[in-house]
Ligand binder design. Structure first.
Ligand SMILES: NC(=O)c1ccc[n+]([C@@H]2O[C@H](COP(=O)([O-])OP(=O)(O)OC[C@H]3O[C@@H](n4cnc5c(N)ncnc54)[C@H](O)[C@@H]3O)[C@@H](O)[C@H]2O)c1
Length: 345
């Protein structure tokens, strides 16, 4: 199978991960980098890669088969549309856009161009989550009843040296919670409604540092997510799941899904049920599936190539990512208004 020529637009934190993986991936060849920053230029020079300050010039000159858009959120839609207008399919980083309206415009542009659109909710490619989904979908939990998610961690003080991170919009709801909402949608399906409260009490910046969310799913299950980036705590997916070497791994569970017949933890994939009599006076048995390891970013790149080939449908399409964005933005709407936000079918 020949390698697909892929360009990376935006060579910041996550762009560099894509660049590094694309350079040693079986399915793709890194064709070019587009990013106006001096650091991106220096990176390209050091690695002997074609570099462009302007992504349009790169698209017209390097003519890649596909592009990864890893620029700041506010630019996702415009940059992705520039690619699509040239017939180039994209993997756009999460969130798909800043607003639902913009996300809808991007989905419409992909449809007009007749191109697939993949959104970088990378956790969906993690074997742990795939296994958990298989267990839930096979009905092994019985009827799903509750989901409890812990997303408590500590961003270092230096993180807040950057001005926008201290202001509304730069906080953990849009940056981190979106992954939890997407994960719960993958496991439990669509959200019917949610309520949220929010606080900036730990740091005192204008931006939130802590949020509590209550969710009702269309399948009848209820969920809660506790989120804070100001807590010295191990209970968060990044530390627990070992997806990236940047985070020292902690041997804890962070997601707890309970049904009428059994419960499941993630990332540990412990499956708890009653083998004989059922009830809280009787012993529960825990069965532990061997931890499924695998780098979701590598699998995402393989999948991207298959999506561009037309041999696989996007694991996270534009419309799917738009629903995750809509629910995440609703956390702020609910916290602002004190009201429950109900989603349309
Ligand atoms: N899926 C994940 O695990 C994950 C992790 C981190 C970030 N992200 C997402 O990736 C995106 C980038 O985040 P980041 O943390 O890497 O940001 P970053 O600020 O580290 O990097 C962004 C880069 O884009 C460049 N850039 C800005 N405008 C550009 C343009 N028009 N053309 C080309 N380059 C441009 C900047 O110079 C910078 O180098 C965000 O949308 C973020 O939500 C996803």
């Amino acid at each position: 199978m020949s390698k697909m020529n892929v360009a990376v637009i935006g060579a910041g934190a996550i762009g560099r991960t894509h660049i590094e993986l694309a350079q040693r991936h079986d399915a793709v060849r890194l064709a070019a980098i587009a990013d106006p920053s001096d650091s991106a230029r220096a990176l390209a020079k050091a690695q002997g890669l074609p570099w462009y300050a302007d992504h349009r010039e790169m698209l017209d000159t390097a003519r890649p088969d596909a592009a990864i858009v890893a620029t700041p959120n506010a630019t996702h839609v415009a940059v992705a549309i520039d690619c699509m207008e040239r017939g180039i399919p994209v993997l756009v980083e999460k969130p798909i856009a800043d607003t639902v309206e913009e996300a809808r415009a991007l989905c419409a542009a992909a449809k007009r161009a007749g191109l697939p659109l993949l959104v970088g909710h990378h956790r969906r490619h993690n074997p742990i989550i795939r296994k958990a989904r298989e267990i839930v979908n096979a009905g092994r939990l019985g009827k799903p009843v509750t989901a409890t998610v812990m997303a408590t961690f500590l961003k270092p003080d230096s993180y807040f040296d950057v001005d926008w991170r201290r202001k509304p919009g730069g906080g953990p709801v849009l940056i981190n919670l979106i992954h939890e909402i997407d994960l719960l949608r993958v496991l439990l399906g669509e959200i019917e409604s949610l309520q949220a409260i929010r606080s900036n009490n730990a740091r005192g910046f204008a931006v939130e540092d802590t949020t509590a969310v209550m969710l009702r799913f269309r399948n009848g299950a209820l969920g809660t997510i506790t989120l804070s980036d100001a807590t010295a705590a191990p209970w968060n997916w990044d530390l627990a799941a070992g997806e990236s070497e940047h985070y020292p791994r902690q041997n804890v569970n962070t997601h707890f899904i309970s049904g009428t017949e059994a419960s499941l933890t993630l990332p540990g994939l412990e499956f708890w049920n009653y083998r004989e009599r059922r009830g809280w006076h009787d012993p529960l048995t825990a069965e532990c599936t061997a931890l499924h390891r695998g780098n979701p970013y590598i699998e995402q790149l393989r999948h991207f190539r298959a999506v561009v080939d037309g041999s696989e449908a996007p694991v996270c399409s534009g419309l799917d990512a738009m629903r995750t964005l809509e629910a995440t933005l609703a956390v702020h709407t609910s916290a602002d208004s004190g009201q429950t936000v109900v989603f349309e079918d």
